[in-house]
Design a protein. Structure first.
Lengths: 434, 432
């Protein structure tokens, strides 16, 4: 019964949320100990418990973060989709609507991770960290929009490596202008190595196809892509094992990547929701994101026509900026607190995750769904990824950062964004020119 | 400037013994200033004498101060040849040789002026005028619409600085100090390498966009992209200057003394040899002279290519920059042999960074103003060459040491590059 006292204390804190009716029910329940049958009182109490914890849960999840102001955009997008033909608005609103859901998903993941210990927690972060991008990609795959999948995943990598990291370095450098900030070189180097391996995995199918040197034109590189994806997934699995078992310390800092609240950094932090609540919320949020992604993906082509922007720009630049908005904010915040390792974990770790897990996983899902999703991202996209990974790997290898490095990365991102603004896929006719 | 009379008189008497004819000629000079009396003529003669003396000292310092100026007569000679003969090969060759000493003197004047203006503006001066020669040549070529020459000469300047100049410096320094590796300030080299990589990125995107035929409007999109990227690169370069000169001055100080190349500017106590106004005037005069010669140079390129039977690419990428960089080359080697490798790096890599992040985007913007289609699409071969070169050099520099073998490797790489351009012409544009 001690817990009940504890809970009632909590309720008095939450008085603003608990309606007077609930309160009277509770007090009746309290006094009910003294008369009435024991089981009825218990039943009453358990229902009340569920009600109050539900409300508390809702309060924590829905009302504690300011970003949730954007939540109504989601349902609004659905409404507009059924009312009008204006794909531009549907796209825009569903994009905005996904942002808070993605952020809350990260929060729920991090809360759950607090219950499961570092190993499974790390795994959770590693898998759900980019759940939003994965869900959008799976929907696009189902719709047969292979280029959108490729470009949105690519854009997510580019945005994490250049924009998020650059903003973090820049803001951190401005705050700490006296000297360079330092971060753990080893983790950055391992991640850079993995990114380069991913680039290799993407380069070979693309180059094989474009030098017209496949055994079966078009089919060989698909088979190669599927094989390479399995290898990349194996590499990623080993990377997780390597991090979680051998190098527990350094990973714990990276572990916090899902935690957007300051609370996530200390292990002694009391979780704000219980384990089952976290799991339930994870499921609910994933479901909601899935629904909105469906409308989002359907609206892409219409939006491209309505706004007169190439689809490439929408997939590579717009989608990821929004999908990463929450990680973006947290990376900047950690950099300004001189916890650059966490920023790096958020930014580069996310890129590694997408390139070594997200992309191969999509290829495998495509294989299962019977879609020809491959690792041939076309020459321009592959070249962009290659040069970007090189630039970033080079910047990171020294282990220090200052505002100028951040500015350089952000300006590089501007160049990349501008390139995709004037980029369309070449028409297939030219493909056959020797 | 009215000094006490007796001082002037005594001075005038000293002067009179030396220069009689000039004094008498001064007396005939109609005085415009409303002074009367015999004092005014003496004052004038004194002023004129001072001017002449300073002028002759200035000329002596600037024109006769270094041995390289033996090549100075080649400039006027080339102009004469241009009007007398049709032999473009000789005109090209002579104007090229004529520009070399002018470029060196321009660097000297810049460094002298920098001694007056303090570190910040001095660094800025070096950063802007350091490659004034290349910029002037590029602008003239742009005016003539020779876009490929601009692109290739700037590219060649970067390649020559990164491979040839740096390689020779490392090699010479390594041979002199062969006991152990020389070291240099890693931080500055890494930042410069990062900037070079960013420049490569800026050049690669338009080129790859164009050659994968994936522009929204074939041909036009990548010019627009080039112009946007150039503005971004100029902003990056400006921030780099701010960063170097303001925040991290102590980190980069040794490298800052880059383009000015006499031993004099190493020690802050060395008195400058020219006064501030002399430095400025000489800067203007030398720039003007270089402009004139550049015009003849650029006009003669195509003819020289036919006459000497060399591809234009080879002339633009290899020959032009070797000569344009001759002075920097010599000073980089000299500093390496004195074990001041940071200055060498500042000269070589700093110059490359300057050209790639400032001169190239600047040329694009100038081309934009002149309505020329100058863009960042340096064509695949040139872009690929730059990319691999930057990677090789960035990798060499990252551990902060140098020895003669690294220098030799860089030089040999340059030979490979030069040989490639010897056999390179632009492909015919297969437009759809």
């Amino acid at each position: 019964m001690g817990s009940m006292d504890g809970r009632s204390e909590h309720e008095f804190e939450d008085e603003s949320l608990v309606s007077p009716m609930e309160l009277t029910k509770m007090t009746n329940g309290l006094t009910g100990i003294h008369h009435g049958s024991f089981s009825a009182v218990e039943q009453q109490k358990s229902i009340d418990n569920i009600n109050t914890s539900l409300l508390r849960s809702l309060k924590v999840i829905l009302f504690t973060s300011k970003i949730n102001i954007l939540m109504p955009c989601g349902p609004l997008a659905v409404v507009i989709h059924h009312l009008t033909e204006d794909q531009g608005w549907v796209f825009f609103l569903s994009l905005l609507g996904i942002i808070p859901l993605a952020e809350r998903l990260g929060f729920a993941t991090e809360q759950l991770a607090l219950f499961t210990g570092p190993t499974v927690g790390g795994l959770l972060n590693a898998t759900f960290g980019n759940a939003t991008e994965m869900i959008i990609s799976v929907h696009a795959l189902k719709g047969g929009m292979i280029r959108v999948v490729q470009q949105s995943l690519l854009g997510s990598i580019l945005s994490n490596m250049l924009l998020v990291l650059g903003c973090a370095f820049f803001c951190g450098g401005i705050v700490f202008m006296k000297k360079d900030q330092v971060f753990d070189k080893a983790a950055a180097v391992v991640n850079s190595g993995l990114l380069l391996m991913a680039v290799m995995g993407l380069l070979f199918p693309a180059v094989l196809h474009y030098t017209h040197s496949e055994v079966h034109y078009g089919k060989s590189e698909l088979a190669l892509s599927r094989f390479s994806s399995c290898i990349m997934l194996v590499a990623y699995a080993f990377y997780l094992v390597f991090q979680l078992k051998g190098h527990n310390e350094s990973y714990e800092r990276v572990n916090e990547e899902g935690g957007q609240n300051e609370g996530g950094t200390d292990d002694e932090e009391v979780p704000e929701i219980s384990k089952w609540e976290a799991i339930i919320w994870l499921a609910i949020l994933t479901g909601w994101i899935s629904v909105l992604s469906d409308y989002l993906v359907d609206a892409i082509q219409g939006a491209s026509a309505a706004w007169n922007i190439p689809i490439a720009f929408i997939s590579v630049i717009l989608l990821p900026i929004v999908g990463n908005a929450a990680e973006h904010a947290s990376a900047i915040m950690f950099a300004m607190k001189d916890k650059l390792d966490i920023s790096l974990g958020v930014a580069i770790g996310s890129s590694t995750q997408i390139s070594m897990f997200g992309i191969p996983f999509c290829v495998v899902v495509g294989w299962i769904l019977g879609r020809p999703m491959d690792l041939n991202f076309q020459l321009f996209e592959t070249a962009s990824l290659f040069i970007t990974v090189l630039v970033v790997a080079f910047m990171l290898q020294e282990g220090t950062s200052n505002y100028f490095k951040g500015l350089m990365l952000v300006l590089c991102y501007l160049i990349v964004a501008a390139s995709f603004f004037v980029h369309v896929d070449p028409s297939p006719v030219q493909d056959k020119k020797p | 400037m009215m000094r006490p009379v007796d001082e002037k008189e005594s001075f005038a008497m000293e002067v009179e013994t030396i220069v009689d004819s000039s004094v008498s000629s001064v007396k005939r000079y109609p005085p415009e200033m409303p002074h009367n009396g015999p004092l005014s003529s003496v004052a004038y003669s004194w002023i004129l004498w001072r001017i002449l003396k300073r002028l002759s000292k200035s000329i002596k310092v600037v024109i006769f101060g270094t041995k390289i100026n033996i090549l100075l007569p080649f400039g006027p000679l080339s102009i004469v040849l241009h009007f007398l003969t049709e032999n473009h090969g000789l005109v090209f060759f002579f104007s090229l040789i004529g520009i070399t000493p002018l470029a060196e003197r321009l660097g000297y004047a810049t460094e002298q002026l920098a001694a007056y203006t303090g570190q910040t503006v001095g660094g800025l001066l070096n950063a802007t005028f350091g490659n004034a020669t290349e910029m002037i040549i590029a602008i003239y070529a742009l005016k003539n619409g020779m876009i490929r020459v601009v692109q290739q000469s700037l590219l060649g300047s970067i390649l020559s600085n990164m491979l040839l100049v740096l390689g020779c410096a490392f090699f010479a320094g390594g041979v002199v100090h062969s006991k152990k590796d020389q070291i240099f300030n890693k931080a500055g080299a890494v930042v410069n390498s990062g900037l070079l990589l960013m420049a490569v990125m800026g050049l690669m995107f338009p080129a790859v966009l164009h050659f994968t035929h994936s522009e929204v409007q074939y041909g036009k999109s990548e010019v627009a992209l080039s112009r946007f990227s150039s503005c971004v690169m100029l902003i990056a370069y400006a921030s780099y200057l701010v960063f170097q000169l303001k925040s991290h001055r102590n980190l980069y100080h040794p490298i800052e003394d880059e383009e000015g190349l006499n031993e004099a500017d190493l020690d802050q106590d060395e008195p400058p040899e020219l006064s501030q106004w002399e430095a400025i005037s000489w800067l203007a005069i030398l720039t003007l002279w270089i402009s004139i010669l550049s015009e003849y140079l650029v006009d003669a390129i195509e003819g020289a290519s036919d006459a000497l039977n060399l591809p234009m690419a080879f002339i633009s990428v290899i020959l032009l920059p070797i000569v344009g960089n001759a002075a920097e080359h010599a000073s980089a080697i000299m500093f390496a042999m004195k074990n001041k490798l940071d200055i060498t790096l500042g000269v070589a890599i700093g110059s490359s960074t300057q050209i790639s992040m400032f001169v190239i985007p600047f040329s694009v913007v100038v081309g934009w103003l002149m309505k020329q289609q100058m863009d960042l699409n340096f064509q695949l071969f040139e872009t690929a060459t730059l990319f691999i070169t930057v990677l090789v050099v960035a990798f060499m520099l990252q551990d902060g040491t140098a020895n003669y073998f690294k220098g030799l490797m860089l030089i040999l790489c340059y030979f490979i590059v030069a040989a490639s351009f010897y056999f390179h012409t632009d492909p015919e544009e297969k437009d759809d």
